[in-house]
Design a protein around this ligand. Structure first.
Ligand SMILES: Cc1ncc(COP(=O)(O)O)c(C=O)c1O
Length: 373
């Protein structure tokens, strides 16, 4: 890049590492001249979107000459019913990533810091550094930890809070590790965060968690006024391509987030599809079942190949290749299977594999067996 433009950029932006997305199928097939490849790299729902959501899109797409309802009123009413929380507590985003960015813009400046764990979701450093705020990165548990290797360490998170800290990000479960905090650990940690520090509890994979691990959203928000919970329609609701997610918080926090939000940041089709997806309980349950069965199958087969996975409550498994994972990643690409290297998270020996359909999972295992044995 031109040196001049580098110097023109805001200091935080100059130091930013760009987000590395999963390799698109089209790009791989163009490069290798192959067809029929599969992508298990971006934690999408392999079942596809709900029929109800697709029908809702059919009903509304002719209205795209109109701006959407900027406040996503119908969706906030629907979610208010789902959680038994007032509609004024919701903030909508172009994906929950957008909400994470709104939080950084609303609460951080170059004089402030944010805390997140080592190996935490890559968007936290991006939104924090883009503002020019400081990141206090809390050491994670090491890879020998008994129950949660590479997981968030609540003590380290608390110790990383200083007088400049305005925001703490917790991903539960975290991506790319899949690790989580059980409800007792989470509550004990929230009790220790000063009330003038905003806690962001990122629940992008909430629906995939075992029931006893799911945080009680209404109770938490009532108890901790400094809490923002973020959720997404990209995972179990299978609408990643439409980009829609939301935050739930005290109405005063939602008011602040809505002040920095672009007026029409969630589009008309996404709002209609999200509303319909919420009503398709069959699709949700089928997606969860598919994930649980696929994750069990992959875990078992990877174990047979002598490969250990991190514990995961998400729709992915993060696998220790026992060596630098780049050659394995490349070899899989050559077989038309795209997974996600996580060397950018300083986890060079791991690959993150999204749970696919039974057929995709078998194909992954077949390809991997040819590479690691
Ligand atoms: C932990 C976590 N949070 C948030 C997101 C963002 O999801 P979206 O912006 O699609 O809502 C992801 C996506 O992979 C994620 O893994």
């Amino acid at each position: 890049m031109s040196k001049l433009f580098q110097e023109l950029a805001a200091p935080g932006v100059q130091r930013l590492q760009p987000y590395l997305p999963g390799k698109p199928v089209e790009e791989l097939e163009r490069e290798l001249g192959i067809t029929g490849s599969i992508k298990l790299a971006s934690n999408e729902n392999p079942l596809g979107a709900s029929e109800k959501a697709l029908q809702a899109i059919q009903h509304c797409y002719k209205n795209i000459n109109y701006y959407p309802d900027g406040s996503a009123f119908k969706l906030s009413e629907r979610l208010a019913g789902k959680y038994d929380i007032a509609p004024s507590c919701f903030t909508f985003g172009n994906g929950s990533n957008d909400v994470l960015e709104l939080i950084a813009r609303a609460f951080l400046t170059a004089e402030h810091s944010a805390v997140y764990s080592q190996y935490a979701f890559a968007v936290y450093p991006i939104v924090v550094q883009a503002i020019g705020a400081k990141a206090n990165v809390a050491p994670a548990y090491d890879d020998e930890h008994k129950s949660m290797p590479l997981g968030h360490d609540p003590d380290a998170l608390i110790d990383s809070i200083d007088e400049t800290t305005r925001v703490v990000f917790i991903a539960n479960p975290n991506n790319p590790t899949g690790t989580w905090m059980d409800t007792g650990t989470l509550n004990a940690m929230l009790d220790r965060v000063p009330s003038n520090v905003i806690v962001v509890l990122d629940l992008a994979y909430l629906e995939y968690m075992d029931d006893e691990l799911k945080p009680d959203i209404k109770r938490l928000l009532r108890k901790y006024e400094n809490l923002i919970i973020t959720c997404t329609f990209s995972k179990v609701y299978a609408l990643a391509g439409l980009r829609i997610g939301y935050g739930i918080s005290h109405p005063d926090i939602a008011d602040l987030l809505n002040r920095v939000r672009q007026p029409f940041n969630t589009n008309l089709i996404a709002q209609a599809a999200a509303l319909a997806a919420l009503d398709d309980e069959n699709h949700i349950q089928q997606s969860i079942r598919l994930n649980n069965e696929g994750k069990a199958f992959l875990g078992h087969e990877l174990d047979k190949l002598g490969l250990a996975c991190l514990p995961s409550m998400g729709n992915f498994l993060t696998v220790n290749m026992g060596q630098h994972a780049a050659p394995v990643y490349d070899a899989l690409l050559n077989k038309g299977v795209i997974v996600r290297p996580v060397a950018n998270y300083q986890m060079p020996n791991y690959l993150r594999i999204t749970v696919g359909t039974p057929e995709q999972n078998r194909r992954l295992i077949e390809a991997l067996s040819g590479v690691v044995t």
